[in-house]
Design a binder for this molecule. Sequence first.
Ligand code: SF4
Length: 479
Amino acid sequence: MSKLSFDIDAVIQAKARLTQQQAMELYHQASLHDLGDWANQVALRKHPEDYRTFVIDRNINYTNVCTARCTFCAFRRDPNDPDSYVLDHAAIRAKIQELVDINGTQILMQGGMNADLPITYYEDLLRYIKAQFPTVHIHAFSPPEFVEFERFFSMDVREIIRRFKAAGLDTIPGGGGEIFAPRVRRRIGIGKCSGDDWLRVMRVAHEEGMNTSATMLIGHIEFVRERIEHMAAIRDMQDYAQALRGQSDPVLSGADSAGVIAAIKARRPGIFAASAPPALNGPIAAGFYTAFIHWPFQRENTPLGRAKEWDPAVHGPFDDSTHEDIVRGRVVRMAGGDEYLRMLAIARLFFDNITNLQSSWVTMGPKIGQIALHFGANDMGSVMMEENVVSAAGTTYKLSDREICRLIRDSGWIPVQRDQYYHVLRRHEGADSPDLVQLTDPPVRKVRQLDKQFIGAAPGLETEEQRVKAHLPTILGNE
Ligand code: SF4
């Protein structure tokens, strides 16, 4: 058992809040097994239900033209590039129809930050989608896009959010969070908004009654301390959102709602420097962060991916290094499965005020994605019909609802399709569940016997007869 300088049980039982210093101690001192155990206890307390969730949605990238030049991005194009595009209504309609045809319920729609598109493009698009698909949830436009919209339209983000909400926008995704530390952002998010501005957009969205999500990109040039500071800013602003609703928890946040609002305004002036908050005469129906999601940087095809990999023998320790190549972001420290799970567990222990943590199987793959359900995650995220941005940087994982259901069920829970508000839409318990239905035309996969040990049933090898075949040295084709 890892030795700590503080009472981890009090944190697990929500009797004490994990400090940033304690989070650092967990990172450096706790074993991965202990972290998983503690995070799992918190996840079971927050989610005692007999199911774990997923959503069926579709990413729609309405344009790939972008004013920013993030060094981790392989997706962006300049306006004159031959493969730059802006999707028209018909193309977007066809994509959403495909989503609806497979019981999908929401779209995640983001750019490119395209200076040529007027505000009417967005308002018309939102109205068009809502008219065509009234029940489809529109989760769209990340904070960096809103900050650019302020510049493009000469308008405060509050006015833009009000207009978009009136046109049909439901919630705002947490894209572009990366790492808030200016040292990191200056180097990897060239042309993208500051961390304070990212948090300001979400503050305004919450003040306007709109829910959002929060994200973090790890495994590039950031120090662990900067990850924890990033998470602390999100936790503070979730405290602020809860205080607006009159729902502060004095045990965790240290004050009543009025005290929390005053303390956070004083502690984080940059987030309140523009877009003045509303005058309050009591609680308001503020929105909040519904989920936190982190994932590791994918390097293929990206400018940042060409940076040297950290070598301790050459560069010395990475965290808080004074080595010029590390400080200037010329060296990357990639994150693998261990690092991803370690941060997931710490996030579950740290975010006492965020209900949902998503598993990032799109970047981590199905197996780590499944293990994440035992390291603090309660949600498998999305069955994605289409993903362009991460896949442009080399990630190729794709799962169907059948596969996601199977991963959840094999972990000991009932798979449940949810909506964006984490309401249950479908419990998959019966024989007609996507993962339990016998396929009439099962996919054929080459399966090879290793050391006479059964290596696991591939999708479509559910029957005994098929499993027996899978024990043969080589089946279904030549290696
Ligand atoms: S990550 Fe987004 S904001 Fe950054 S360059 Fe790519 S498309 Fe633009």
